[in-house]
Every structure is written in C-alpha cells, then in structure tokens.
Design a protein around this ligand. Sequence first.
Ligand code: LLP
Length: 418
Amino acid sequence: MNYIYSKVSSKKNFFGNTDPFQLSEKFGTPLYIYNENILRKRCRDMKGLISYPKFTVNYSPKANSNIELLKIIRDEGLRIDAMSPGEIYINLLAGYRAEDIFYISNNVSEDELRYAIHAGVLISVDSVSQLETYGKINPGGKVAFRLNPGIGAGHHEKVRTAGQKTKFGIEMNSIPEVKRIIAAYNLRLTGINQHIGSLFMDGDAYLRSTTNILSVARQFDDLEFIDLGGGFGIPYQKQADQPRLDLKDLGNKLSDIIHAWIHEYGKEIEFKIEPGRYIVAESSILLGKVNAIKTNYKIKYIGTDLGFNVLIRPAMYDSHHDVEIYRQNDIPSWKEETVRIVGNICETGDIIAKDRKLPEILENDIIGVLDSGAYGYSMSSNYNNRLRPAEVLMEADGNHRLIRKRDTLEDLARNFIL
Ligand code: LLP
C-alpha cells in the first residue's frame, strides 16, 4: 500500500488501523470517512475560545448532522442549533434536550413555529413580521431575534449573511418596531443572535459585528443571552501550509469586549457562538475512485465517482479542497502534471479539483478529498439518480465502523406511488 501523495492524512494517522484501499473495498466509493479524535479536538478548541464562565458553544448541524457525530459533539459538552423542524427532530434523536436546542428560524410557517414551541425549543425570529406571527401564536412566550448588524463576512457572497445584501436578520433601524411588538404581545425577549457569514480567516469583521450587537443588546434590560454566530474558517489549503485562524487572538479580544460589556450591563448573561464548519470540516476525508483518464483538447481529465451530488462545494462556490492520491501497489509516480479531477454527473461544472499540479494519477487510484466534513454529506443529493454515499467513523482507538449506509436503488423509488 503506497500513499503516493498524502502529506496531511499520514501526519495525522487519519486512517487509524486501516487504509483507504481496505475501506473502499469494504464499503465501496464514494465514501465519507470521519476521524473521531479530530472531531473531539475541534470541539475543545471552540469550547476554549473565550474565558468567561457563562460561555457556551452551540454546534450548527447544517454542516453535518450524522447522528453519531452529533452524539460525539454532545458528549464534548456542546449544545446545538436547529434551522428546521427536521434538525430539531434529529437533534432530539441524538439525545440533546429541548433546552439545549436553539431554533434559528427563517421565513417559516406558523406550523413550523408551533412544532418548535411544542417541542419546548427556544425560537429566534428573523423579521419583524415573524416576531408578530410568533406573538399571535404564543403571546407571553419567550423569544429571541436575529439581528443583522450591518457587517458581513465569508468566503463567497452566497454565504455572507449580514450586511446590506442579504435576506437575513432584522436591521438595526427596526429595533423600535421590535420593541413595539414585544410590548403588544407581552413577549419575553431572552436573547439576541447574529450570524454574519461563513468562513472568515481573520476575526476583524466578527469583532466589529460583536460591538454592534452589544450596542443593540444594551437597549434591552432583561436578556439571558447573546449569540455571536458561527463562521470560523479552517485552512482548506493545508498542502500549501495555509495558516490557521488565530483563535487565541480572536478569543482574547472577544473576552475583553464581553467582560467590559458585562460590567456595564450589570448582569452576567450567557454568551454563545454557533460554529458548524470549524467543528466538523477537518474531521473528514472523502474517498473516490479513478475510473477513467483522458485528454480532451489539451486538458487532462481524471474521471472519478466524485460527482457534485456527493460534494457540491467546488461546483457551487468554486471552493478549494486539497486532494490526496492513494495507490494499492508500490509503484510511485515520478512525474507531475496538471490535471482536472472531475466526477460522473452530466454537467461540465462537475469538477472537484480544477487544474491541479499533482503526481501522475493512474486508473484505480483512490482520491482523498480533504476537509470534506462540513457541507459535504449534508448538501449531497440524488441528482442523476446517483446514490448518496456511505459514512464511516474512525473511532478514537483506530478501529472503524459504518455510521450511515449507502443509498440503495430502492431508496430512489421510495416515495413514488407505484
Ligand atoms: N449559524 C447560522 C444561523 C448559520 O446559518 C450558519 C451557516 C452557521 C451558524 C454555521 O456557520 P459555519 O460556522 O459553518 O460557517 N454551504 C456553505 C456554507 C453555508 C453556511 C450556512 N450557514 C459552504 O459549503 O461553504
């Protein structure tokens, strides 16, 4: 077994007591592999971000909601968000208590609000209109609202969720309206939350937006918490030694801001954050198989089973994921070449890694796509009637077990009225 090109996974002993070939033979490809030790480490990083006794971390399961991963994250002492009744349902199934779930709703129906109220889950509303709907359904109830602090961040405009060009949150100018509706329905505003966007590598915008949310929070007397949101980035270009987000520096600055604000507010309320990607992204390598290789008009294509139905981030946001190459025999590749690694979906945009200089790749090699744990499986689909992949956990002791079965052909027909 020759790890032709595997700097990152070898260093971390990612595959424990097994290797990518054994795993792909046993479970087939494409296949998501998760490493429990890395997942636990990232949970601990986030829990240690801020030195403040009432600091809590809510994992954002839209990044990955495999129930076994949710259980590990719960075991690490994190709480959890939800963005839909489905997320509430799965979170409860994973053993989270209703009071550990924070439902950050966006343009939801009355039925969805009722589902969350019934489940005993605290809701954050995303507009003045939804605050009023909530007030009608549950007068006198506890509620939070999502602020748009006017400052966004993120790796792509599609995932910048605050500022002037996004549907999210209540703008700072609408706070008087919020106050009016709270009074009209006798609501109890327990918290204010924000989420400015996904994947920032320096904390500047996060810190500025924190100052904004705190200036709004000051106007409400009886808050129980403030939630500063997620978005903490991870280095996707590890092969080029991209530096990590400096959590220590960000954490120190946040701690200073929070302590000063608490002093002024006069009450030690809770501070939350909502990381998704940071917790799970680096815990996974996606394995795929090289089925065909060809050159079309000077571009060399490496044809794999890693279609964008399996990992959509490169096709959707032009996102970069480093790739590794694993080979069963011991023949190394002596030359490097520039290749385009593509999948098996009927679109030209079905590219997983564009124009990368790599050691020569051969048919039957296994490709490992790094940092695929966040927004990988959770955004996968059955497009082209492809089967969504299986998922395997490398446990802390280096053994592995299947934590989600691959779809079957019958699954594709499950909801037809035949
Ligand atoms: N809180 C809220 C309200 C969110 O909408 C999100 C992500 C998070 C927290 C977690 O953000 P994170 O820490 O993971 O950045 N599919 C895109 C990312 C979409 C993020 C959506 N919201 C991607 O693959 O880059």
